[in-house]
Design a protein around this ligand. Structure first.
Ligand SMILES: [Zn+2]
Length: 372
């Protein structure tokens, strides 16, 4: 073989390899089930469908087991957990998208740029939806930087002073009264500041309408209809030809067992809805910021999973499970450190596999956009 022929063979191989590179994601929707670990998904499936593995999330094509540990320990809170996913760097519990040399409540760490801020910087549209307070750790880690998650007023005020781009385009969340009071206590007229930045302000997600370019809807009622909000966000954000990044958090804490499992089923229906509504060039990821101490310890196929404990006189194990709904499910109200599920579909989803770190999810999403 002459040298030119060998070279052309190499070139041809390279071209073939190039053709098989997976297409990029134009959009990413990141679903965070807060405290929605594998035990919660398992219980929710049995609670809602009377069988295991019946959730949409449990049928997504690409799965990984994700470590959620923070920089300073083994069990994370939402602040360090979400900061790791959003910035690719582990930090300490209580810290919002700042480096681990932050001292909680005292000294700021380095600002760590979030996926949402990378998207903003590149001209994509962005959104944050949550049924928790809009300044709670998970949504805050998308748009704010703080050395203490409890710094409610300063966290919310950062919506009006984004470090990258012009801030999220659609913001929907709870905690309205508390958030507005906290910013007012700092002497900030946050509603005036946000209007100056072009935001339309709503006191309920029910006021979302087509054509609102930048909108913040805050409510005091966390039980709003998330499917309508999700559909509205997808329709609005997808008008940007450059693409979008949307984070949707739904609370899956099961400290109130039946409510938590019902909310987990709501989250599952949201992921299913996004998969049918979003365009094919959308990477859809579901994961949890951390797991939660809930276990299915018994139950029968023809009985509801959530039942009150048996009276202790019947010889059952009710004495140890006297909490509401905990005959077959035990819940010890706390976060746990075992791996959570990361499930994905769409461009870039094939990298969601094996045992990964929460920080790897940042790299996977950035890579899916082509922003290595
Ligand atoms: Zn959490």
């Amino acid at each position: 073989m002459t040298i030119p022929k060998a070279l052309s063979f190499v070139v041809a191989l390279t071209l073939v390899a190039g053709c098989h590179q997976s297409p990029r994601a134009r959009n990413v929707i990141l679903f965070i089930g807060d405290a929605g670990g594998i035990p919660t998904l398992h219980a929710a499936s049995i609670h809602g469908h009377r069988q295991p593995q019946a959730l949409f999330i449990q049928r997504m094509p690409h799965l990984a087991l994700m470590d959620t540990s923070p920089a300073d320990g083994w069990v994370t809170d939402s602040a360090a957990g979400m900061s790791a996913i959003m910035t690719g760097q582990k930090t300490d519990n209580g810290v919002i998208s700042q480096s681990a040399d932050a001292v909680r409540g005292e000294v700021d760490g380095r600002v760590l740029q979030t996926i949402l801020e990378h998207a903003e910087e590149r001209g994509l549209s962005t959104g944050v939806i949550t049924n928790m307070s809009i300044t709670d750790a998970t949504p805050a880690a998308c748009y704010a930087h703080a050395n203490d998650r409890r710094d409610t007023g300063r966290i919310f005020a950062q919506l009006a002073s984004p470090r990258f781009g012009d801030g999220p385009d659609i913001v929907v969340g709870a905690g309205r009264t508390r958030v507005l009071e906290a910013t007012a206590a700092l002497g900030i007229d946050i509603q005036a500041e946000l209007r100056k930045k072009g935001y339309e302000l709503l006191d309920s997600p029910g006021g979302l309408r087509r054509g609102q370019r930048r909108v913040i809807a805050l409510t005091d009622n966390p039980e709003f209809d998330p499917v309508t909000v999700l559909e509205h966000a997808i329709d609005t954000l997808s008008q940007n030809h450059k693409g979008y990044f949307l984070m949707v958090e739904w609370d899956m804490h099961t400290n109130e067992l039946e409510r938590g499992l019902n909310r987990s089923l709501t989250m599952d229906s949201l992921v299913r809805r996004a998969a049918s509504r979003a365009s094919r060039d959308t990477l859809i990821v579901f994961t949890a910021d951390h797991s939660f101490d809930i276990r299915v310890r018994g139950g029968k196929r023809d009985e509801p999973l959530v039942q009150d404990a048996l009276p202790t006189s019947d010889g059952g194990d009710g004495a140890q499970a006297a909490k509401p709904g905990q005959r077959y499910v035990r819940m010890d109200n706390g976060h746990t450190g075992e791996q959570v599920l990361a499930a994905a579909q769409g461009p870039g989803a094939e990298r969601v596999r094996g045992f990964i770190q929460n920080t790897d999810l940042f790299l996977i999403i950035m890579g899916a956009y082509g922003w290595n």
